[in-house]
Design a protein around this ligand. Structure first.
Ligand code: HEC
Length: 488
């Protein structure tokens, strides 16, 4: 050790000074603060630089609100929707925190666009900043992964169907697609394993990677230094430098206050909605992703069928590669945007196309009357669900009436009755709905063998009513029919 340990300050100093000296002797905090706050910015502080720290701030806000949401969340197809509706309808400020988190993800996308736009227009990726750019590209991909995995977790109709579309796309990957899809879903169908996989990605793996890459990104940024205004030499800056603190710190802080202020106002005025629980049997639901995925969604609509491999996988992959390669392709040190028509032009063209596709998607939905009616119905359904009181779960993950049974086979049968979506037509406790009759008394009507045969091959009337043949293993089928036969 070259620096001797400084002796503890004597009595009589101000408490703060003493505490600081105590801490500094053990951590070197003073030089760390000096390093981070007195970083030189060539050309001085600017509002154009606030987006990076704005992103960091939003990320921290997501972590904090996310931790609160995790206190209540249960990653299971049986319970996820109930606990989220509990959070929204019962927990005080639960809806507010959930809304901040949900709108925060949109906020991140917007600020991300501004950050990337500023970097491209200013040519700030030039001059030995390739790793800085690449770590940024990975952060962007991780963020998109965060919003994709987070969207499923409430397990309402829109979450379920949008993720079904998203994961269907994975199957388009050549050769390994179907396997990959199975891996992501945790099986052929979406269910509890899909939720728990998405949950682990959303809460552990992706945030862990994000933190690691944020550290790397900030490190590379510090190493290269701020690129400065567009007429600055990105490698050997000539403009006089001004320390990061206080002006830039204050600008960054002001931007953070604006961001959280906007989020809070929107979260308070328009709480993020939660739709009815996912019903895989609902064949009318029109799945729609978050607004920032809308253009991609529309693009896939144009290039569906035999073009889906090209449109859904190959072209986006090429686009991503070209984007990641920008600092390798555009190597001149010229930074003024009007002198760099190709990079800047390509970026603006992409923005125009992406926005255009987004508008086309909304236009398609609301210009066709049948489609518009369905979209409005879906909105109305979620509003109605939001306004209805919270209904707690009871034993067995179902409704009380007949799950009081201690017989595990009956409990399992009841669970299958729900997971197979029989409840969507026959009602929660098989007490019947407008779509299908009550099943009470089928035990007297059919023997076990007859009932199983009927479930395997529904009769004409059942098929006409939309009922599908049950495809379950012998044991599960037995549990389902045992449950049905004990209903009275
Ligand atoms: C799309 C709606 C729908 C779904 C989903 C559905 N059913 Fe049905 N089911 C019907 C209709 C409609 C009938 C009555 C047909 C008739 O006889 O009029 C029926 C009849 C039945 C019957 C015969 C009742 C009787 O008294 O003869 C049984 C048993 C039955 N369903 C069990 C199930 C089970 C178990 C599931 C889940 C695997 C299921 N259904 C899912 C619509 C549905």
């Amino acid at each position: 050790m070259s620096t001797p340990i400084t002796p503890e300050p004597k009595e009589g100093h101000h408490f703060i000074e003493r505490a600081d000296a105590w801490l500094d002797a053990r951590t070197g905090i003073d030089s760390i603060l000096h390093e981070s706050l007195d970083e030189p910015i060539h050309g001085g502080a600017r509002w154009a630089y606030v987006f990076g720290s704005g992103l960091l701030f939003l990320f921290m806000s997501q972590v904090i609100t996310g931790v609160f949401l995790t206190f209540y969340y249960v990653p299971s197809a049986d319970h996820a929707h109930t606990v989220v509706s509990y959070m929204v309808k019962v927990v005080s400020s639960g809806s507010f925190i959930r809304s901040i988190h949900a709108y925060g993800s949109s906020g991140i996308i917007i600020v991300l666009c501004l950050h990337v736009g500023q970097t491209i227009l200013y040519g700030s990726y030039k001059g030995k900043r390739e790793l800085l750019w690449l770590s940024g590209c990975i952060l962007m991909a991780l963020m998109l992964g965060m919003s994709f995995t987070g969207y499923l977790l409430p397990w309402d109709e829109k979450a379920y169907f949008a993720t079904a579309v998203g994961t269907n796309l994975i199957a388009e990957v050549p050769w390994i697609g179907p396997l990959l899809q199975k891996l992501v879903r945790g099986g052929d169908q979406m269910g509890t394993l899909t939720i728990s996989r998405f949950f682990v990605l959303h809460v552990f793996i992706l945030p862990g990677m994000l933190i690691a890459f944020i550290v790397g990104h900030v490190f590379f940024f510090r190493k290269a230094g701020a690129a400065g205004p567009i007429n600055e030499d990105p490698i050997e800056p000539k403009l006089p430098s001004v320390p990061f603190y206080p002006r830039q710190v204050l600008m960054d802080a002001a931007f953070a206050v604006v961001l959280i202020g906007i989020l809070a106002v929107i979260a308070k005025m328009i709480p993020m909605d939660l739709g009815p629980s996912a019903n895989p049997a609902d064949t009318h639901f029109l799945p729609r992703p978050e607004w920032y995925y809308r253009p991609a969604f529309q693009w896939l609509k144009y290039l569906s069928g035999r073009w889906s491999l090209v449109g859904g996988i190959i072209m986006p992959a090429i686009l991503a590669l070209v984007f990641a390669a920008v600092p390798f392709l555009d190597r001149k040190l010229e930074r003024r945007p009007w002198k760099r028509p190709i990079t800047v032009g390509a970026f603006l063209l992409f923005l125009v196309c992406y926005t255009g596709l987004g508008f086309a998607s909304y236009h398609d939905d609301y210009s066709d009357p049948a489609m518009a009616a369905q979209m409005h119905k879906q909105d109305a359904d979620s509003q109605a669900f939001m306004n209805s009181p919270f209904i707690p779960e009871t034993a067995g993950g179902g409704t009380p009436a007949n799950v009081a049974s201690a017989d595990p086979i009956v409990v399992k049968g009841h669970a299958l009755f729900q997971s197979q979506s029989c409840n969507s037509c026959h009602g929660e406790d098989a007490t019947g709905t407008a779509a299908a009759p009550a099943l009470t008394g089928v035990g007297a009507k059919y023997s076990e063998a007859q009932l199983e045969a009927l479930l395997h091959a529904p009769n004409i009337k059942m098929t006409a009513g939309g009922m599908q043949p049950v495809a379950l293993e012998a044991k599960d089928l037995e549990a389902l029919s045992t449950y049905l036969r004990q209903l009275h």
